[in-house]
Design a binder for this molecule. Sequence first.
Ligand code: DAU
Length: 347
Amino acid sequence: MHILITGGAGFIGSTYVQLVLERYPDDHVTVLDALTYAGSQHNLDHVLAEARLDFVHGNIADASLVDDLVGQVDAVVNFAAETHVDRSLLDPEAFMRSNVHGVYVLLGAARRHSRRLVQVSTDEVYGDVPTGEHSTERDPLSPRSPYSAAKAGGDLLCQSFVVSYGTDVVVTRGCNTIGPRQYPEKLVPLFVMNAIRDEPLPVYGDGMQVRDWLHAEDHAAAIDVALRRGRAGEVYNVGAGNERPNIDVVKAILAYLGKEESLIRYVSDRPGHDRRYALSWEKIRTEFGWTPAQSFEQTLRHTVDWYVDNPAWWSAIRDGSGDFARYYAQQYGWRLSAASAMPAQEG
Ligand code: DAU
């Protein structure tokens, strides 16, 4: 199979590129990536010498480029997206372009060339989930941030192309994913980096928000199942069964690194912060036997170890004067100064 992997120089995308090249010796991969702040060709360094891999620098919203590429492959897997909730609150525009319009462009090309499109989506489209409940694929979408609303927009466009044109689309909705090469704006890599440097860890609100944590390799394996075996027009949830309050994840990182909990700062909350996401992934498990291979402890340890072993990778982002420095100052500057003026509180 020749697969177009859009967003393949990003975090989960590059993990999937590696999976395909390792697992399928006859497959060919073309990566299309816009190399925005969160993507880097270096994320493909370990596979770049592979003759079965081509790299194209470009955007999924570029209709003629996308049409040309989709015509040359057997299937498309779309990882290209703006992914960070906090950035969507600061500046939603780019999220509409990539997560809505970009998906629309991909769908048009998949329809014209009769190709399968796998759209990689998120559990956040279901919105806040009350304790004890788990979202199933039939639940209504109830996104509450510009990020999740844009992803839900992409999902609904997929549904409309399935119904209106019979386009072959499969949607996956995954939970919080960690592992090597995740841009260090997300909770786990950011906190590992700060803890290594004995800098404060900014926990939003009371830290009791619950997320479910999955290894990127397990997530990539589920997406591969969706591509090769998923039924056309279906949605598959990809959960892990590792629900944890954020503060427990943060304390586990500190304990593993041998750092003090005094690094924790409770800071002003993310506006509209969803308290809990939780998925039922019975469908992908019963239809195809997919289930995560790695426990929460293995997943967290492997992730932390990678950041400890690869300081050059994240120092280049963290110590530069570009995007990360600007974003960190805007997102955390006032939060951390306000927190240091108050006594530490918990719960
Ligand atoms: O659930 C899947 C989603 O997981 C993906 O669709 C998103 O693309 C991905 O960014 C992630 O979204 P979250 O908002 O859950 O991830 P994040 O790592 O930003 O935050 C995880 C939790 O930690 C969330 O409850 C907010 C909290 N948090 C995060 C940061 C960055 C903090 O308390 N402090 C922080 O500085």
